[in-house]
Ligand binder design. Structure first.
Ligand SMILES: [Zn+2]
Ligand SMILES: [Zn+2]
Length: 104
């Protein structure tokens, strides 16, 4: 009996806090969604693997399931087909073009 009263007392202020929080800190939410990504100032590029960091499955293993779900996966090379330069040599040029230039 007491517990339910206590719970409803807790829930109400929580909901109020949540809705006001929403407006104040939208950044907090996006951060939680992409924990691997850091400062926005950094270019989206993984120099180690030659692909944009945001789609680098070797740095962010969570992405693997997403690519597999889409059917974009090269089992042979353990890479998304859309990033597999070994199967698709023309991709090399594409990623080369995406690569941020060092020094202006
Ligand atoms: Zn990487
Ligand atoms: Zn391949």
């Amino acid at each position: 009996m007491k517990y339910t009263q206590f719970a409803s007392l807790l829930v109400l202020p929580c909901l109020l806090a949540l809705s006001s929080c929403d407006k104040k800190q939208p950044a907090e939410q996006s951060k939680a969604g992409t924990p691997q990504q850091t400062a926005a100032a950094e270019p989206d590029w993984c120099a180690e693997h030659g692909v944009p960091e945001s789609i680098c499955t070797r740095c962010n293993k969570k992405l693997i399931a997403e690519f597999k779900k889409k059917g974009d996966w090269c089992k042979e090379h353990d890479l998304p087909e859309s990033q597999c330069i070994l199967c698709n040599p023309e991709l090399k040029e594409k990623f080369e073009a995406m690569k941020p230039k060092e020094g202006k």
